[in-house]
Design a protein around this ligand. Structure first.
Ligand code: PRP
Length: 287
């Protein structure tokens, strides 16, 4: 039996660059040539599959891929109304977007009842309509959804919005958000023991990369009498290290802060007597 772990990712599109970046930062070395749809890692028993986003949930559910990075919007759309063998493991924090209703700017929409809605997310939209007792018709279209109100195919659309530039370019206004989405790591629920071990390693490394994104290592000096006040100001730090300094009244505090450090926080630290405040990026964290 082939016990190489397979990780499916989008072959092109909004998730591709950050998915490959995350895999590489997790210490899985691979290289791709041209339009190759399969890349073999040269340092771990792992293969990367480059596939269409839409196919990822079924590939993982059927066990044709073991792990995958996919937009939660696609995962939800493809998993609604059916039994799947997929476990969501990590919210990865990138490719954030939302699924929203939108209409031509000059349309005054009071209710979605009796509307014709065009979308690439028919299951998600139908569930929303049912949950909210709205009676409307849903047409499935795979792309250029923004065009449909102008050719009489729809009254409103329901599509992904990130920056809002596509809606703006097509003279559409966002009316209501029905789903917030980001990239997620998913896993087949029935891996064999060998694959489960490799998957655990990958998951723990990816979690380490994700944890590190917002984390900072903070170093500062302060009067020993102020340590408690200063520690209260350090966001998401568990147990800072306190180091004596040559000036016996002073100490250095080193802390791993697992939340962003804004200028405001640094200014508050300074106001409480901290000096030489250094904030440094963290590359990986293994908890
Ligand atoms: C999505 C969506 C919009 C666009 C919105 O398409 O369908 O066209 O992004 O992004 P914006 O608010 O930043 O302009 P995507 O590029 O994901 O490709 P798709 O058509 O395959 O969904």
């Amino acid at each position: 039996m082939n016990n190489r772990l397979t990780i499916a990712i989008q072959k092109k599109g909004r998730l591709f660059d950050q998915s490959t970046d995350l895999i590489k930062k997790s210490g899985i070395n691979f290289s791709t040539k041209g339009d190759n749809l399969l890349a073999k890692s040269n340092n771990l028993p792992i293969d990367i599959l480059f596939v269409r986003s839409d196919d990822i949930p079924s590939l993982v559910s059927n066990g044709d891929a073991d792990l995958a990075i996919v937009g939660e919007n696609v995962l939800i759309e493809k998993s609604l109304f059916k039994r799947t063998y997929i476990e969501k493991i990590i919210d990865l924090g990138f490719s954030k977007c939302r699924l929203s209703f939108a209409a031509p700017k000059n349309n005054k929409i009071k209710s979605f009842n009796n509307m014709k809605i065009a979308t690439s997310y028919p299951n998600t939209v139908k569930k929303y309509l049912k949950d909210n007792n709205i009676n409307a018709s849903v047409t499935n279209i795979h792309g250029s959804v923004e065009l449909t109100p102008y050719i009489g195919m729809s009254d409103i659309i329901c599509d992904l919005v990130s920056s809002g530039a596509t809606l703006e370019a097509n003279n559409l206004k966002e009316i209501e958000v029905i789903l917030q989405s980001q990239a997620v790591l998913i896993k087949n629920k029935n891996l064999n023991n060998e694959k489960e071990k490799i998957a655990d390693k990958v998951i723990s490394r990816m979690q380490g990369v994700v944890n590190a994104i917002e984390s900072k290592y903070v170093m500062l000096n302060v009067d020993a009498s102020k340590v408690k006040d200063i520690c209260k100001l350090l966001p998401g730090s568990e147990s800072p290290t306190i180091i004596p300094l040559e000036d016996s009244k002073k100490v250095a505090i080193h802390a791993l802060c697992q939340e962003p450090i804004f200028w405001e926080t640094m200014e508050k630290l300074k106001a409480k007597g901290a000096s030489s405040i250094l904030v440094m990026p963290v590359e990986k964290i293994l908890n």
